[in-house]
Design a protein around this ligand. Structure first.
Ligand code: SF4
Length: 452
């Protein structure tokens, strides 16, 4: 999972994210609804609060199946009103709003079961979302308004890992991969509809297909295994840019490097590393924490010299010592990552990490965050400057008069930097132009279209 100061480098957390306290009552169907609502809110940058007190709003997903369940729901709403005051009610009891408002007239809004848009909109009204371009994989305007020339391609749901700071597996369950043919057919449809860039997403992209035992499925005239590298290769044949997000550094990720070297897949990897100290990674129970990440990065760069690496990290994880934090800074120095986001650890209700010993005091977290930022910003700026003078393919995202905004192969939409492009000829949105990079700012590049 995923990560200021610098626009694409690191992120200042001065503006805290809005916090929602969530109560989910009832059957598994209600739980699925809760999961969808929470996932949507998390994707929009809301944090989950452990307590009603201090949260910006409380959301109660009610059950109305039995009278006892109704009584329990009404009691939960009453408790939330007493402890917080700002309460939105959804779920089965919301099908009869007066049954709630008659007892609790001060609730902010009541929506019914499966009314995801309505409940999320009620949360927006109560406390607007804070967009974070470093964290949000999904752009601020939501997927449906994604420009026509790029599209998100979700290859699996859920996750088999059990990182101690994360509740996604509890909410979404274990990994469930789509068949390769299903993913490829969707990708093909998107490309046929004009999409020029496919953004592959999931909770753990490199684990794709493990649950299917890598089963084959027929796409066009041949069978394709549900395997990370096979899927990447097939996607690379569709004629669009293919960008891989949420890849963990398992050894088999090495297999995708030749595809990047050949230009089939973008030389870009989004790898949420979260820490550079083996002991902290162990406490986080991170996937691939035993792998030699630095050695792997060095090898990848030998094979794909223009590889852009993006990552996110957490500082102030429970028990993080000064020594472990310095290991993280040394890791940053060694790894020379291009784009990095950083979070101060915050407990998420229900996450096992909350029970770990020796929580790091807030002021220490803040100091470490600042030190992290200082170290990484220099690295990121240096890596961006190294692009000046080069010719880069740039995908054009928007045009205004004689200038356009685009992205190099090293920039994912919404979360990384952009290129400000000048051109003597008219450009089109979605076009991939060759741009001579002339100047680097802290986060963005400037350049001119090469040739006429
Ligand atoms: S358990 Fe770990 S790998 Fe899985 S979604 Fe959470 S942070 Fe990502």
């Amino acid at each position: 999972m995923a990560a200021s100061g610098a626009r694409t480098l690191t992120r200042m957390n001065e503006n805290p994210s809005p916090r929602v306290s969530f109560v989910s009552l009832g059957c598994p169907k209600a739980l699925v609804d809760s999961e969808r609502i929470v996932t949507r809110l998390r994707a929009e940058g809301y944090e989950l609060s452990r307590e009603h007190e201090g949260a910006d709003v409380v959301l109660v997903n009610t059950c109305g199946f039995l009278d006892s369940a109704k009584a329990e729901s009404l009691a939960a709403i009453g408790d939330a009103l007493a402890k917080n005051g700002k309460v939105i009610v959804t779920g089965c009891m919301g099908a009869e709003p007066e049954s709630i408002t008659a007892v609790h007239p001060s609730v902010l809004a009541v929506t019914g079961p499966q009314q995801y848009e309505a409940v999320v909109s009620a949360v927006h009204d109560a406390v607007p979302p804070k967009h974070d371009p470093f964290l949000d994989l999904v752009p601020e305007q939501g997927i449906k308004l994604t420009p026509r020339h790029y599209a998100y391609l979700k290859i699996s749901e859920g996750c088999n890992n059990r990182c101690t700071f994360c509740i996604i597996p509890k909410l979404r369950g274990d990994l469930v991969s789509r068949s390769a043919a299903d993913v490829l057919r969707e990708a093909e449809r998107l490309v046929n509809a004009g999409v020029k860039e496919l953004l592959v997403i999931s909770q753990d992209t490199s684990a794709y297909g493990i649950d299917l035992k890598f089963a084959e499925s027929k796409f066009r005239d041949h069978d394709v295994r549900a395997k990370f590298v096979d899927l990447a290769r097939e996607l690379g044949e569709l004629g669009a840019w293919v960008r891989l997000h949420y890849v963990y550094p398992y050894p088999h990720v090495d297999d995708v490097m030749p595809l990047m070297a050949e230009g089939k897949v973008l030389p870009y990897l989004d790898i949420p590393m979260q820490h550079g100290s083996p002991s902290v990674l162990k406490r986080m129970r991170r996937p691939a924490s035993q792998e030699k990440q630095l050695a792997r990065i060095t090898k990848w760069r030998e094979e794909v010299p223009n590889l852009t690496l993006r990552s996110t990290f957490i500082v102030g994880f429970p028990g993080e010592t000064e020594e472990e934090f310095e290991e993280l800074l040394a890791f940053l120095d060694e790894a020379q990552l291009d784009r990095v986001g950083c979070f101060k650890f915050e407990p998420v209700r229900g996450a096992p990490a909350n029970e770990l010993e020796n929580p790091v005091p807030d002021e220490v977290k803040a100091q470490r965050y600042a030190r992290f930022m200082e170290t990484q910003q220099k690295i990121s700026a240096k890596r961006l400057r190294a692009k000046v003078g080069k010719r880069e393919p740039v995908i054009i995202d928007s045009i205004s008069g004689n200038t356009a905004i685009g992205r190099t192969r090293g920039d994912a939409p919404e979360i990384d930097g952009v290129v400000h492009v000048t051109s003597r000829r008219p450009l089109k949105v979605g076009e991939i132009a060759t741009v001579k990079i002339e100047r680097a700012e802290a986060y963005d590049l400037h350049g001119t279209v090469a040739g006429f």
